[in-house]
Design a protein around this ligand. Structure first.
Ligand code: ZN
Ligand code: ZN
Length: 386
């Protein structure tokens, strides 16, 4: 490695500074300004802010530009609405907000790689460093893609990394194909005809229709999805009626669905709507379904994943890079970027720490040298100088 240990100390300082100043969703103004200032200071060839509202992009040309390859690296910048309980000296200075998902570490490591790449430029092509807002449920990744991220910078492939508690420091893990689940939401309203509880024959009871809809929805996973595929359909709430002697006018319910396969996702949406409408109709009620596609599944691409694993192995040895990770049930909005371009998402070990989204979680700075070197090597090996 060309970098000195002292260079990592600087990255640790950035990480702790970012940790002290958590920001939510698209409102990552200080963080984005910090990133913009650093990329400018490193001498990136171009730095563009305001992509996908508060996203920042840095462009670094290699020493040789005879190749058309444009390889992107992505980090996320946003924090969570959680009251920090780490007692770290660099703990959050903003009450009620904290970096509980390691995005401070992701941003700092990508800045470290950008600094080294801008300094050495040992590659043939163009590196694009992408810093996105609103990963935590805000769809910042989609906002950047919708804003023309891929076309505007001519990105040909893209890589990302996420911290993983429980995976030892100095280890990496990923898998070809499914990596993270889709996460969609749905809301159902069933309208009947309200009336007196003593006169059911004169009303259309939406609660009975709704109860049957709820049960029938359980058959999507058990009867429609292929037994070797996996999926979740959860109705998380149901509400209707207020008095024991009144048949209400309507009932509502809502829930979430998860799967790893785009075709299964389509199947779930279609069956959910068809079952709900027809079961409600069987009881003389009328259902309105809104199915909200929020996050697609994170699906890693074959070539890029094989390459990313090879890079990880070159850094930490074969035994420390797992390429058969079980898919995670959580969602990640890097999924939108992987729908737009081939690429890979990699987990990097955070050691024995609290889980992400826990008030006691803190990104482990010992992972920084591994993360910075990994990202840098993705660029240098994918766009090799000859
Ligand atoms: Zn998170
Ligand atoms: Zn995260």
């Amino acid at each position: 490695m060309h970098v000195l240990a002292s260079d990592f100390a600087e990255v640790v300082e950035w990480r702790r500074d970012l940790h002290s100043h958590p920001e939510l969703q698209f409102e990552v103004h200080r963080t984005a300004a910090f990133v913009h200032a650093k990329l400018t200071e490193f001498g990136c060839d171009d730095v563009v802010s305001g992509i996908g509202r508060t996203g920042v992009v840095g462009i670094i040309h290699g020493r040789d530009r005879t190749s058309d390859a444009v390889v992107a690296l992505r980090a996320d910048m946003d924090a969570l609405p959680i009251e920090e309980q780490t007692n770290a000296p660099w703990g959050s200075k903003t009450k009620g907000l904290m970096h509980a998902c390691g995005h401070d570490g992701h941003t700092a490591m990508l800045l470290g790689a950008a600094r080294d790449l801008a300094r050495t430029r040992e590659f043939n092509g163009t590196a694009v460093v992408v810093f996105q807002p609103a990963e935590e449920g805000g769809g910042g990744g989609k906002a950047m893609v919708d804003d023309g991220l891929m076309e505007r910078f001519g990105i040909t492939e893209i890589y990302a990394m996420h911290t993983e508690p429980g995976l030892p420091i100095g280890q990496f893990a990923t898998a070809n194909g499914p990596f993270g689940a889709s996460a969609d939401g749905f809301r159902i309203k069933i309208d009947g005809k309200g009336g007196h509880g003593a006169s059911p024959h004169a009303s259309v009871d939406p609660l009975v229709a709704g109860a049957n809809v709820l049960l029938a929805l359980q058959t999507i996973v058990s009867r429609n999805v292929h037994p070797r595929q996996c999926a979740v359909v959860t109705v998380g709430w149901m509400a209707g009626g207020r008095a024991g002697n009144v048949i209400p006018q309507s009932v509502e319910m809502g829930g979430t669905t998860r799967t790893f396969d785009p075709a299964v996702r389509n199947l779930i949406e279609a069956r959910l709507i068809a079952i709900t409408e027809s079961v409600a109709a069987a009881y003389g009620a009328k259902a309105t379904v809104s199915y909200n596609r929020m996050f697609p599944p994170v699906v890693n691409h074959g070539d890029e994943t094989a390459f990313a694993v090879e890079v990880a192995k070159s850094l930490v040895g074969d035994a420390n890079a797992n390429d058969t990770l079980e898919p995670l049930m959580g969602s990640e909005d890097f999924a939108f970027m992987l729908e737009a371009r081939p690429g890979n998402m990699m987990l990097i070990g955070n050691g024995d720490s609290a889980p992400v989204h826990d008030a006691r979680f803190d990104f482990n700075d010992d992972a920084i040298p591994f993360g910075v070197a990994y990202l840098r090597r993705i660029i240098e090996r994918r766009m090799k100088l000859v």
